[in-house]
Write a protein that binds this ligand. Structure first.
Ligand code: FES
Ligand code: FES
Length: 201
């Protein structure tokens, strides 16, 4: 299964594991693609009080059951590092780590995320000290416009946590769910290779 399909599959499975509320939202047709769409949708949404653990901190909010995790991160909590690209599980710009797995935040409902460890790009550095993957992207200039970079870095972290010594093929496969519209792939692959060496040293 390719990386993109895996992420979508995991997201859907996690959604279904999210319990009765999430299932009810899906079966009643309340699952919309984005929080923005959800906000302007006709009334009838259910509001739930949820607590999300993001970057080690608990965030409690009243959430429309149709809101995606991406909408909550960006528009409710001001964590704009996860980018809204396609908003439909196609580009990877919104990638975050959920329980260590790279997932598309635009494809995960907020109500399915309580109880999980969510890591966004804002939580990766330790104070002023960049994570080795971030540092490698800076040193290798693994970006052009950098719109895809937060998602790329988190996918790379997920990959290196699973496979600390990836081959170039492993890196290409591990990042297959992230698109770079600037086509900076050679520099991105160099950066991930350098990050693996940096972590190993
Ligand atoms: S914005 Fe989520 S995959 Fe494109
Ligand atoms: S660097 Fe521009 S989208 Fe990747």
């Amino acid at each position: 299964m390719d990386e993109k399909r895996k992420r979508l599959t995991i997201s859907r499975r996690d959604f279904l594991k999210g319990g009765a509320i999430g299932t009810a939202a899906l079966s009643s047709g309340l699952l919309l693609r984005s929080g923005v769409e959800a906000q302007s949708a006709p009334p009838g949404a259910k509001i739930s009080r949820i607590t999300l653990k993001i970057n080690g901190a608990a965030h409690t909010l009243e959430a429309d059951n149709r809101w995606t995790l991406l909408y909550i991160l960006r528009d409710q909590l001001g964590l704009t590092g996860a980018k809204q690209g396609c908003d439909g599980g196609q580009c990877g710009a919104c990638t975050v780590l959920i329980d260590g797995k790279p997932l598309y935040a635009c494809m995960v409902l907020g109500i399915a995320a309580p109880g999980k460890e969510i890591l966004t790009i804002e939580g990766l550095a330790k104070g002023e000290e960049l994570h080795p993957v971030q540092q490698a992207f800076v040193e290798e200039m693994g970006y052009q416009c950098a719109f895809c970079t937060p998602g790329m870095i988190l996918s790379a972290k997920g990959l290196l946590d699973r496979n600390p010594k990836p081959s170039e093929t492993d890196i290409r496969q591990g990042l297959a769910g992230n698109l770079c519209r600037c086509a900076a792939y050679p520099k991105i692959i160099r950066a991930v290779t350098a990050a693996a060496k940096r972590i190993a040293s």
